[in-house]
Design a protein around this ligand. Structure first.
Ligand code: PLP
Length: 446
């Protein structure tokens, strides 16, 4: 069997670069998640479905910037949209309303009819932050409920129970909050309620107990982008939240545009009260879009404000120098153009890759589900189809990790243990090369 880190004799430049970067950035990275042992591979460029690192190694990219690049790297239409926008409107950020904000909003609404009104933000994190404040402002309540294993951004209000430590996490049907960071004000723990994903009975009991204090339930309709809510669970959740007057927020930062162009809400045929989009629609640039019921979004209408800042006690204050950045909204329009043309083909190709990978593992005698919907999935090594994070922890994670590291030798890139995302640039050739790579690892290297 091959040494798990055998690839890293081909990444000397990365090693040297990370060592140097550690002088100025903790761990040599700009986000903790970018780090992995023995050291992260430093990339230099991306074209289509491919990444090239600083040592000149080439990879088919399945990380795709944590799913953001459904249009792939360096798409000509994205480049063209940036240049055209700058030539037509100038390089300036206006700091004023502009036409694209309306135009893109209407186009988004055509795919996400639940988004009766929208606001733009600069990231998914800022998006969920705004959605939660909208729910609190509208209901006059402070507590929020989130599901164990679900991620909504790295801030104090929601950074709980993402990879819960079993000792403190409580029983599966009634999980307890576990902070995911040092430095979180313990007061936030009092305002968070943790729910068991895909367990309707457990979820209903907890929501009932807290119904008078809860402003919102926030959910990733597919946990981590790849563990789908069952239909009965998510429809049940919609009914319960309606019954108790709790705002239902769909965090579609990962699933938006990836589970088909209309996201998870179209897949499940559910109207959430609020939706957060991000990642894909930015085509590689930072964006978030929050939308939903008009009566809730109107909480932040400046007409309610008594001062020139648009703030005060009668209005939800929402601001941001870069919100609705004209260049990024031009990119977002190009992303929609590309998806309208090529989006269906990526869905088909992902299905093909998932099926062929499952066949390959079956023939090799390793139980595996390529779990997920649309253009995103994960390799889950287990007989059974997992339904939440705790079940995922019982699968063969050490073998999965080994396979991911060995695939680096074969030119397949995802951060070890991450999901697989596809792009419009992943064609027949890339699928074939990926299957060959897996064949080599499963039969010759394990
Ligand atoms: N919500 C979900 C479901 C996400 O996957 C992410 C990012 O991975 C976020 C929110 C935060 O988005 P951003 O990284 O753009 O702040």
């Amino acid at each position: 069997p091959s040494n798990v880190y055998s690839f890293f004799h081909r990444t000397e430049m990365s090693r040297a670069w990370v060592k140097k970067a550690m002088d100025i950035m903790p761990g040599g990275v700009t986000a903790n998640i970018k780090s992995f042992p023995p050291y992260p591979i430093v990339m230099k460029s991306g074209h289509g479905a491919y990444l090239e690192d600083v040592d000149g190694n080439e990879y088919i990219d399945y990380l795709l910037a944590y799913g953001a690049l459904l249009v792939g790297h360096n798409h000509p239409k994205i480049k063209e949209s940036i240049v055209r926008q700058m030539e037509e409107d100038g390089t300036n950020l206006f700091g004023t309303p502009h036409e694209r904000e309306y135009r893109l909003g209407k186009r988004i609404q055509s795919y996400y009819p639940s988004m009766e009104m929208v606001r733009y933000t600069n990231s998914g994190t800022e998006g969920t932050l705004l959605a939660i404040r909208l729910a609190s402002s509208y209901t006059g309540k402070q507590k929020i409920a989130k599901f164990e294993g679900h991620y909504h951004g790295g801030y104090d209000q929601v950074l709980f129970s993402i990879h819960p430590d079993d000792q403190n996490a409580g029983p599966a049907h009634a999980p307890k909050p576990v902070a995911e960071s040092k430095g979180i004000d313990p007061n936030y723990e009092k305002n968070i309620v943790i729910l068991p994903f895909n367990d309707l009975k457990g979820t209903e009991a907890i929501l009932k107990a807290h119904k008078d204090e809860l402003s919102a339930v926030i959910i990733e309709p597919m946990q981590g982008g790849f563990i789908p809510a069952t239909r009965s669970f998510i429809h049940g959740l919609r009914k319960i939240t309606e019954r108790y007057g709790i705002i239902l927020i769909f965090d579609e930062v990962k699933t938006g545009f990836r589970i088909g162009i209309g996201g998870a809400q179209s897949f499940y045929n559910i109207q959430p009260d609020l939706t957060v989009l991000g990642k894909v629609i930015g085509g590689g640039f930072p964006i978030g879009i929050v939308g939903g019921r008009k009566d809730i979004l109107m909480e932040c209408s400046p007409s309610r404000s008594a001062n020139l800042l648009g703030g005060g006690t009668n209005v939800l204050f929402h601001s941001g120098t870069y919100n609705g950045h004209p260049t990024i909204l031009a990119v977002a329009e190009a992303v929609l153009d590309i998806l309208e043309e090529d989006g269906k083909a990526v869905l088909k190709r992902t299905e093909q890759l998932k099926k062929e990978l499952e066949d390959l593992f079956r023939k090799r005698g390793i139980p595996m589900n390529a779990l997920g919907e649309g253009t995103i999935f994960s390799i889950v090594l287990s007989e059974k189809i997992v339904k939440n994070d705790r079940e995922l922890q019982t699968t063969n994670l050490s073998l999965r990790k080994k396979i991911d590291y060995l695939l680096l030798n074969e030119g397949i890139y995802t951060k070890p243990m991450n999901r697989y995302s596809l792009s419009v640039a992943h064609g027949e050739r890339e699928i074939e090369r990926t299957l060959e790579a897996y064949q080599n690892v499963l039969y010759k290297k394990l």
